[in-house]
Design a binder for this molecule. Structure first.
Ligand SMILES: *Cc1c(COP(=O)(O)O)cnc(C)c1O
Length: 359
């Protein structure tokens, strides 16, 4: 017995964890600053932590009511009907549901390059064929319908990331609409807004209301600080929203995740503070890093450092973990997550020193 041919599949390369790096370098984990995975430096909302504790003794039951409650709450917030909210284990899980609901074997999926690795991974799991369109450094990572259409060939799904990981660029709503308009009737445009809370632009959810070919992805992993719980969702057009019942894994999100998600949604102050901290860190990095940066709408900044792998290693030895963007196809760039003021200062100081010593 052997698995199917997985030679075109690649493993997800996550940002390195504090425990892992500390063990390797023989350092105290508390002395490390981890700015590699766009996690919330403030941690989860205290209300979410409380909800997790409060529901710990109920995890022997299946999460039926909590799933329904969270779905209803999200539907109300986005002004959609409940069946248009597809809860999942992380935004990644929601991507799988979109793949399951739309892809026949051999269907094409068009993804940004550089871009979020899981779009292609999910497509391949579901026997889709992956092609890419460039989000080009030479063009300031600008994302426009016209450019994406140059690589479009009737694919079943076209992924847009706004704000885009790892560059921080955005897709204006008018461009999303133009793309949806100019692609085939059978093409779904998925707008990944995993970092949507950090952006000042309106969500593409307005297009989910008015069209049948635009879906939006959101997550609790970033601004809400619940990455470890695995909770995210897709917002899909009403006309085919009932497909969820046919493709979802039963009880798609856990009791604890749903309860914590509900509590986190209620804690507006924590989200607002998280956004403020990210905005301040972004500004600080643009101003103080002695390297080229790009304006970012997310909770991270892309930085051009020359030899990204060397600089990331050197920073790690100094206790600052950042994301080497070589695996994104940007071997000259690192991505630094917005930390607390103290963490961000330290990252900037160390980064500038590493860059000075390299020249
Ligand atoms: C983090 C991220 C997601 C979703 O992550 P989950 O933890 O699975 O919710 C989706 N898209 C992009 C671009 C991301 O960076």
């Amino acid at each position: 017995m052997h698995p199917r041919d997985l030679s075109s599949h690649t493993a997800y390369e996550a940002g390195r964890g504090v425990e892992e790096v500390a063990r390797e370098l023989g350092l105290d984990p508390d002395s490390l600053v981890k700015l590699a995975s766009n996690e919330n430096p403030l941690g989860p909302s205290p209300a979410a932590v409380e909800a997790i504790r409060a529901h710990a003794d109920r995890v022997h039951t299946y999460p039926k009511a909590s799933h329904a409650d969270l779905t209803a709450e999200l539907a109300e917030r986005w002004d959609l009907s409940a069946n248009q909210v597809w809860l999942a284990a992380g935004g990644d899980g929601a991507l799988d549901y979109l793949s399951r609901a739309t892809l026949e074997p051999g269907d094409g999926v068009l993804v940004p390059e550089p871009g979020f690795a899981y779009y292609g991974m999910s497509a391949r799991y579901h026997h889709g064929e992956v092609t890419t369109y460039p989000v080009s450094k030479a063009e300031e990572f600008e994302q426009r319908a016209e450019k994406i259409l140059a690589d479009y060939d009737g694919e079943r799904i076209v992924y847009l990331t706004s704000p885009h990981n790892p560059t921080g660029s955005e897709v204006p709503l008018s461009e999303v609409e133009e793309l949806a308009e100019r692609t085939d009737d059978g093409t779904l445009i998925v707008v990944d807004e995993a970092y949507g809370e950090f952006s000042d632009r309106p969500s593409a959810v307005s297009l989910v209301e008015t069209r049948d070919d635009v879906a939006v992805l959101r997550t609790f992993s970033k601004a809400y600080g619940l990455a470890g719980l695995r909770l995210g969702y897709a917002l899909v057009p009403g006309s085919w929203a009932d497909a969820y019942a046919r493709v979802n894994t039963p009880f798609a999100a856990s009791e604890i995740a749903c309860r914590a998600g509900l509590a986190a949604l209620d804690d507006a102050e924590h989200v607002e503070r998280s956004i403020e901290v990210a905005h301040a860190a972004r500004e600080r990095m643009y101003e103080r890093l002695d390297a080229r940066t790009w304006e970012s709408a997310g909770n991270f900044v892309l930085v051009e450092v020359g030899d990204a792998s060397g600089v990331a290693d050197e920073l790690q030895e100094r206790g600052v973990i950042v994301r080497d963007c070589t695996s994104f196809g940007l071997p000259e760039c690192i991505r630094i997550t917005c930390g607390t003021e103290e963490e961000t200062r330290r990252a900037i100081t160390e980064c500038n020193e590493v860059l000075r010593e390299a020249t």
